[in-house]
Design a binder for this molecule. Structure first.
Ligand code: ADP
Ligand code: ZN
Length: 771
């Protein structure tokens, strides 16, 4: 049996085995079909070592195939589940796979919540919480440690080794080994005494030295230290924020804070100071960021302020990941900085959770379990009775509404630090530009001139191309009007096949319009542009200027991002162009111009969050400039300069944006006013996919009726991405006003749905991605 090093001090045997308990049953969940959970009896010899969360091997099915699972409940007669257990003919657990559970009881509780809320098998959730590298003991090695046999220990103590007829060397070896409390490996001992391994082996053969083997984690990772930086003097707004948070750290009470602060208002500085408070109390902090590989600066800032920072980024090897995990579990790490999965860090005594850029879509996982780190964090913070900070310049409307409702406490940082002004943002109306005067492909005349003058003044330029958009929306080049679905307020998508316009939420269809429904212009069009094409255009316009493109295609290699940003910081690159990736968190004082090539693509995605995303993206990228003494300027190219999302972004008016967008959400019962689930059905056979989608939608509607729950089933409709990797896709949107109604209906319906062989379907609760 492989043994894991001991990790936790929490009591994994919270039940009490009294004499009157005449039975005990283990409930076991699996991370693969048939998932379970199933009940097993515990053989007497295993009773003492089966604990909550521990991995076990059990027989499954008629053939008693052996399968690995997690013990997720231990049930006795007195347990609340005690009366529900059927103890007839339970099979016994075969063996226990770990010495101690890899998951704390607290994280097991969190796993159960995730499983129930996101409708994902519990075993799969636990597999997500405990990294595979830890389960496989990556980077560990079996090592032998030597100790003296007990009789020899006594004899050495009273100096009576004479009877044993030992050589002088052998006595030295025994005395060295007995002389310290240290664990010696054979090689270390030989080296210390100055002999070979041979005399040590002889003593082992004679039974005077005993060897025991233990699995240890190899140190695989040096933590780079940064130059220490002193605390800054907080401004009054920062100080007020810190005081409010510290109060909850000190009193050990849960509270979620929304820290709403414009870009560069010093939010990170407040996080650091609050974490210092937690660390002074001997606690750890988890800091979640959208993608740590993209923000080397964040990493440095934390390392410059704390002794032990674990940065969990996507390029760690399995052994490094396992090592970090062990360090965190042992309580050696003060601050854990990482992407969404860092919320599962096995900290023994968590004191604070921070989500920076809380609005970011990457906090939602897009495979099972499809959890949102913000909501998991909320659950964990409540469980551990600690505060949580959600920071953003453009909070998600879900979070904003919770702050309005008083569930979250709002703290505002209204100014940039050191009285730096926010950059001046102007729009370039592409309708006018389109209409006559010169255009250089995707770059308008005006933007070209501004790039030229920024470069002549020695500044640097960032150009954002939001590629998330589709080329299939239907838009009038004259007036900018986009065709929308009358029932869903979602832009219609152009389909060449059948020459029609389709709503991807409810499947409303009309023939493709031949002219603009607003101004009558007959030349309606569909546009599309990629970063590569943009790069070519810019290179042709500015032939001698060093340009760098940054998108998922060019940034595949580990470290390429850091390298590219270092070049840009050093001024070797003058123009940085790319996708969303460049909008996040970068701090380059010499950037004096930001150009947004196409503000509209995100605006007309078939997604109810389209306006919110557009507003957020423009605001975030605008925040990349004006960070130095030279100031900064932002130019936004758009066909919709009067659109509320764009106007609000140009005036840095989050509150104005939220107050016009929220009533719109309320009218359609979209989040934050209702709950949504999305079911995606896919199959290589379009007929089967459609048949299954219909069946699922009908079953859910019927189940809702039976349960008398108010549920709104939209669709099935063809998914915006109709075909993906050879699979046809349909989706169903399900809305409800009551919390947990969706979970109830969908899990009940799930038991009635008849599967079709080549069809797969998934459930996404609180979906972020609608394509
Ligand atoms: P945000 O996280 O809101 O974008 P940061 O915390 O990154 O803001 O702060 C922006 C810049 O201002 C950083 O360079 C930071 O070191 C600096 N800064 C933050 N707070 C202060 C302060 N109180 N005094 C001086 N400089 C500060
Ligand atoms: Zn519709």
């Amino acid at each position: 049996m492989d043994q894991q090093p001991s990790l936790f001090n929490t009591d994994p045997r919270p039940w009490n085995l009294h004499d009157q308990d005449d039975w005990i049953v283990a409930r076991v969940a699996f991370s693969a079909a048939p998932y379970g959970p199933y009940d097993y009896s515990i053989p007497a010899e295993l009773e003492k070592i089966v604990t909550l969360g521990i991995r076990v091997a059990v027989p499954i099915g008629r053939g008693n195939r052996s399968m690995e699972g997690y013990c997720v409940d231990i049930i006795t007669a007195a347990h609340p589940l005690g009366s529900s257990v059927n103890r007839n003919r339970l099979k016994p657990i075969t063996s226990v796979l770990d010495k101690k559970s890899l998951i704390t009881t607290g994280l097991l509780e969190l796993a159960k919540w995730i499983s129930e809320y996101y409708l994902c098998p519990l075993g799969t959730v636990i597999d997500t919480i405990v990294p595979p590298s830890v389960r496989n003991q990556s980077g560990t090695r079996e090592i032998q440690f030597l100790s003296l046999a007990p009789e020899i220990q006594k004899q050495i103590a009273i100096n009576q080794l004479d009877d044993l007829k030992l050589s002088k060397l052998q006595i030295t070896i025994l005395q060295t080994l007995g002389g310290t409390a240290q664990d010696w490996t054979p090689n270390e001992l030989a080296e210390s005494v100055g002999c070979t391994i041979v005399p040590i082996s002889t003593l082992r053969k004679r039974g005077l030295i005993i060897a025991t083997s233990r699995r240890v984690q190899q140190k695989t990772h040096e933590i780079a230290s940064e130059k220490r930086i002193d605390d800054l003097d907080l401004n009054p707004e920062q100080q007020t924020a810190l005081d409010a948070i510290n109060h909850h750290i000190e009193s050990n009470t849960h509270q979620t804070f929304l820290m709403h602060g414009v870009t560069g208002s010093g939010k990170t500085e407040v996080y650091i100071r609050a974490i210092q408070t937690a660390v002074e109390f001997g606690r750890q902090a988890i800091v979640l960021v959208p993608e740590i590989s993209l923000t080397p600066q964040t990493r440095q800032r934390f390392r410059a302020r704390f002794d032990n920072v674990a940065v969990l980024h996507s390029h760690l090897t399995a052994a490094q990941r396992a090592w970090h995990w062990q360090q965190i579990a042992a309580g050696h790490v003060q601050v854990i900085v990482g992407a969404r999965s860092a919320i599962f860090a096995p900290t023994p005594n968590l004191g604070l959770i921070v989500l920076d850029e809380e609005h970011d879509g990457s906090f939602k996982q897009d495979n099972a379990p499809r959890y949102h780190a913000r909501d998991v964090a909320e659950c964990r913070a409540a469980q551990e009775k600690i505060p949580q900070i959600l920071g953003s310049a453009t909070p998600s409307l879900e979070t904003w509404q919770r702050a309005i409702d008083g569930q979250y406490k709002k703290i505002s940082l209204t100014k940039r630090v050191l009285d730096l002004p926010l950059p001046d943002v102007a729009t370039i109306d592409l309708r006018i530009d389109f209409d006559g005067r010169k255009r250089f492909g995707p770059i308008s005349q005006k933007l070209r001139q501004e790039i030229q003058s920024a470069l002549s003044d020695g500044g640097q330029v960032i150009l954002l191309l939001n590629r998330r958009g589709f080329s299939t929306r239907i838009q009038c080049p004259d007036c900018g009007e986009v065709e929308y679905c009358p029932d869903c307020s979602i832009p219609l998508t152009h389909h060449q096949e059948g020459d029609k316009a389709v709503c991807h939420y409810c499947d409303h269809q009309i023939p493709n319009p031949k002219k603009c429904s607003k101004c009558g212009n007959p030349s309606i069009r569909f546009s599309g542009l990629g970063t590569q094409k943009l790069e070519q255009t810019v290179a042709a316009l500015f032939p001698d200027v060093p340009i760098m493109r940054m998108d998922t295609d060019t940034m595949r290699k580990p470290g390429s991002h850091e390298k590219a940003l270092a070049q840009f910081r050093a001024g070797e690159t003058k123009i940085l162009l790319g996708t969303q990736m460049i909008a996040k968190g970068l701090d380059f004082p010499n950037v004096t111009l930001v150009g947004v090539i196409n503000a509209d693509t995100a605006l007309h995605l078939p997604d109810f969050r389209a306006s919110e995303r557009t507003f957020g993206l423009i605001t975030q990228v605008a925040g990349r400039t004006g960070r130095g003494s030279k100031g900064g300027r932002v130019l936004v190219q758009t066909f919709n300069p009067e659109n509320k999302a764009i106007v609000s972004a140009t005036t840095h008016d989050y509150i104005g944006f939220a107050s016009t967008e929220l009533p719109h959400r309320a009218a359609f019962h979209y989040p934050p006013f209702g709950h949504l689930a999305r079911i995606v059905v896919r199959s290589p056979s379009v007929a089967h996919a459609e048949q299954m989608a219909d069946h699922i939608a009908e079953t859910i509607a019927a189940e809702a009726k039976e349960l008398k729950l108010e549920i709104n089933v939209l669709g099935p409709a063809v998914a915006p991405v109709e075909k993906l990797r050879g699979n046809y896709r349909f989706h169903i949107l399900i809305g409800a006003l009551a919390p947990l109604a969706l979970q109830q209906v969908i899990s009940r319906a799930g038991q009635r749905i008849q599967e079709i062989d080549d069809v797969q379907w998934i459930v996404d609760i609180d979906p972020q991605d609608m394509v």
